[in-house]
Each structure stands twice: as C-alpha cells, then as structure tokens.
Design a protein around this ligand. Structure first.
Ligand code: PMP
Length: 424
C-alpha cells in the first residue's frame, strides 16, 4: 500500500525512561542518520563473509568484490539518472564529496553559495586559496533565491569558471529549494552547479539530467545505508583535468622512475583517479542496495507517506502556542520530513533531553551545522564558535538553538504520535 512503511533496522531497541519502565526507541533524527533498511542489512550480511580487495587480486573473492563495487557504481548512476559524460566517485560522505569537488575546481573559480547552507556545502570552497567565494544572503522565498543568484552571477566578470553550490532540501527547515530554476540561472550565466542532496535524496527522486545540475553529492548514512560511504556524481571533465584528490595505489595507472631519479605518474581517467587506496566495497554496496530498495518501493508512496506524517506533526505542534516552527519560505512551503522548532520558555537542549529521557524519543538539538541559517531563523546574535552542538541559553531566555525532528521511510505512526503527545 502507499502508506506501508519500509522495514528498517533498530526498531527493537528498548530504552529506559527516567519516569520508570522501558519504551521502544523512537528514532526521529533521520536527518542526522537514518536507520538502515532491513533489505540493505540483509544484502550486506549476505555478502560480508566473502569480501576481498577490489581491483587488487586474481582470486575469486577479489573478483567478486570488484564486480560488486563496479555494479554498485552502475546502480547508483542509474538511480541518479546520470548522463554519458558523468562519473560516480565513491567518497566517505557528502562532506568528503564537496571537499573533493573543491579540490578539483579549475584555477581561480568563483563560487556562489547561500549563507543558509550546511557547513559541508558552505565551507570547503575557501580551502582553495585561489577561489573567491560570494556568500549570498538568506532568501525569504524560492523566487528570491533565484533572483539573488541571477543578480550575483550577472555582476561577475563574464569570464573564468564559476560554480554555484546549493542544497536540495534544508537540513534545518526541511524546505525544498528551487533546484531546477537555480540550475537554469547558473547555466544561463556560464556557471556550473553542484547539488547538495544529502537531505533531498532520501525523500525525493534526484535525477541529475532532469534537474540539469552538474554534480550531485550525498551520504549513504542518510539514505538508509550504514555509515562510511558517500557519492559525488557528475561531469567528468573537471574531475579528470585535476590532480587526484588522494595520491596512491588504485588512482595511478603507471608509475616509473625517471632517469633524473624522480618519479613519473600516469593517473587513471576514470572515477578511480580520486579513489586511491583499497575502496570501501561494503559501503558502496550498501548505498546501491538502498537505491534499489527505494526505487522498488517507489518514491510516490514514500513521499505520500511522509507528507502524511509531516501534516500530523504540523497539526500537533500548531496546538501548542509556545511552539514556533522555523522556516525561511513560510509555513506552507513544501518540505521533506525535517522540521525544526523552538519552545517558548524552554532551553532547546533541555527540551530535547527530556524527549529522550522521558519519552524515548531521539531528536536533535543545536545549530545543525548550519550556524548562519539557524541564527537568521532565530534572530540571534553570533555566539562563541562551537562544534555542531549548541551554545546554551539559560532556562527562560530566548533560545540560541533549536530542536529538530525528522523522519522517513519506516517511521511508524506511533513514533510521530508519541512525539506530538510529548511536546504537548
Ligand atoms: N549537507 C546537508 C544538507 C546535510 O544535512 C549534511 C548532514 N547533516 C551534510 C551535508 C553532511 O553530510 P555528512 O555528515 O554525511 O558528510
């Protein structure tokens, strides 16, 4: 049925409550890491006893692993609707994927990024000393986002490489960004665009050709696969024109000593160029298995189910006058199953801790690795720089951080109902 949740792992964890007794754990922090699908776990468990080194052995297990690794790459390329000129590079995560892209940018690329991005898509670009980054102010409507980008791109010198980096769905508000329109604006001004799909891919089909973006980055652990692998997929030209992200075996095709005593290297021109070292075959296979499971389940049903859950959370929270839901584009803006809020009179960290200790509900508190965005939404002054965690407000003070609830495939009604009850 349309509403049938996919079976996920981790449902049978019982957590003790401070009020006494135990309750099954309600994982409502999918935006941080989604529980693995049962199907993914089964696939990985069936293969795990047989793994061998990828591209590095004549033996049966090594060949099996090489096939599995390369087939996983093809499955993911299909899942993303990759074009002929695209390559799928395996990385450790979205953060790693975007840092890889930053490392391969042509010299003196101008980068345009909204201040509202997750730090993973906000920060890698300035790591390149030759890169000039333009930070765009937070838009208040999707159209304003497009207009802001248009204006910034129109104002740049009309030569040299340029890159726009944009998130598909916010990890703070869950709001969907106008990716297609931003891609059209980027291309109209001769810029390329990378989509941070960490939050979009688990909730919506991401078709690289249809969205007309140049690259897509996402993480396995948010897409119902376990930790350890991510993907950067997209145009091969910049990837192949650059030095390898990591130097070492696997990336090099031919290495020879020169007569002057040095070393000459011919690097691969496939995705392997940026995948030096023994690859994470289990991580790659887990992502491919999750892609297959999501495709078979069908995004139409997943989206319908999720919208139903979002509506229940919204209705429930609307009955609590102290709750303020955070949004850039307005309360009715389309969003994925990610929602952040503050509760008047409550310190957000204490609130989140109470949800855990008294109701067995796991949510996230803090600034969600998107400090500028959360501060804009809360209207608060910059605090001491911290990690992704949160600066504290004393009880009764205005919140300096927020609470995030997020869900997806496999979230049962009871978890969302318990959450609404607990907030009330
Ligand atoms: N971008 C967005 C929108 C995210 O939500 C996250 C994870 N919170 C990341 C990038 C980074 O993902 P990872 O930690 O897997 O590298």
């Amino acid at each position: 049925s349309v509403c049938a949740p996919l079976p996920v792992l981790g449902r049978d964890v019982l957590v003790p409550l401070v009020t006494g007794g135990e309750v099954d754990y309600a994982a409502l922090d999918y935006a941080a890491s989604a529980p693995a699908l049962q199907r993914v776990w089964d696939d990985v468990a069936a293969y795990a006893p047989y793994y061998g080194s990828v591209h590095r052995g004549a033996g049966y297990l090594s060949q099996l692993s090489t096939d599995l690794f390369e087939n996983s790459r093809r499955t993911i390329a299909e899942f993303l609707g990759c074009r002929d000129e695209d390559q799928v590079v395996f990385t450790r995560s979205t953060t790693d994927s975007l840092n890889l892209l930053a490392a391969v940018l042509p010299q003196n690329t101008r980068v345009f990024v909204f201040e509202t991005e997750h730090h993973a898509s906000l920060l890698p670009w300035e790591q390149r000393p030759d890169t000039a980054v333009t930070y765009l102010n937070a838009p208040r409507t999707p159209q304003q986002a497009v207009d802001t980008l248009e204006k910034a791109l129109a104002g740049r010198e009309p030569y040299g490489p340029a890159l726009v980096c944009v998130t598909g769905a916010s990890n703070v508000t869950g709001e969907l960004w106008p990716v297609r329109e931003l891609a059209a604006a980027a291309h109209a001004h001769g810029a390329r665009i990378v989509l941070d799909a960490a939050q979009l891919a688990p909730h919506h089909p991401v078709d690289i050709a249809e969205l007309d973006v140049d690259w897509v980055a996402f993480s396995g652990h948010k897409l119902y696969a376990p930790f350890g692998a991510g993907v950067l997929a997209g145009r091969a030209d910049w990837l192949q024109a650059a030095e390898p992200y990591l130097a070492g075996g696997g990336a090099s095709r031919k290495v020879s000593r020169r007569t002057d005593g040095g070393v000459d290297v011919e690097w691969h021109t496939t995705a392997a160029r940026h995948e030096a070292g023994s690859p994470n075959v289990i991580g790659a296979y887990a992502i491919a298995s999750a892609c297959q499971a999501l495709t078979e389940a069908g995004f139409d049903g997943l989206v319908a189910r999720e919208q139903e859950l979002i509506a229940r959370v919204r209705e429930g929270l609307a009955e609590v006058p102290e709750v303020k839901v955070l949004s850039l584009f307005g309360d009715d803006a389309p969003r994925v199953g990610v929602l952040s809020f503050v509760v008047e009179g409550w310190n957000s960290s204490h609130f989140a801790a109470a949800l855990s200790a008294e109701y067995g509900i796991g949510v996230r508190d803090g600034l969600f690795c998107a400090h500028p965005l959360v501060r804009t939404l809360l209207g608060s002054e910059p605090q001491e720089p911290g990690e992704c965690g949160a600066p504290e407000a004393a009880p009764g003070e205005r919140s300096l951080n927020a609470i995030r609830v997020s869900f997806g495939a496999g979230t049962p009604d009871e978890h969302v109902e318990r959450f609404v009850r607990a907030v009330k």
